[in-house]
Design a protein. Structure first.
Length: 67
């Protein structure tokens, strides 16, 4: 699944995102609205990830959705 598909299906995928990153609030998920860069920023903020780590996590998440 590519990020455009994730953005298009954001309402359905918010639960999976919250399951993976439980520190994210419903408000965070609403604000992000499926935007990868905003999700990466929130992950950096809430989890203390460096930018590279956040990108790596998002790539792994996207890959896992394909399965």
């Amino acid at each position: 699944m590519n990020w455009d598909q994730i953005t298009g299906n954001w309402k359905e995928l918010k639960g999976k995102v919250k399951e993976k990153w439980g520190k994210l609030t419903d408000d965070d998920l609403t604000t992000i609205a499926g935007k990868r860069d905003q999700l990466a920023g929130i992950l950096q903020q809430k989890y203390g990830y460096k930018k590279e780590q956040a990108e790596k996590e998002l790539d792994a998440f996207t890959h896992a959705l394909k399965s």
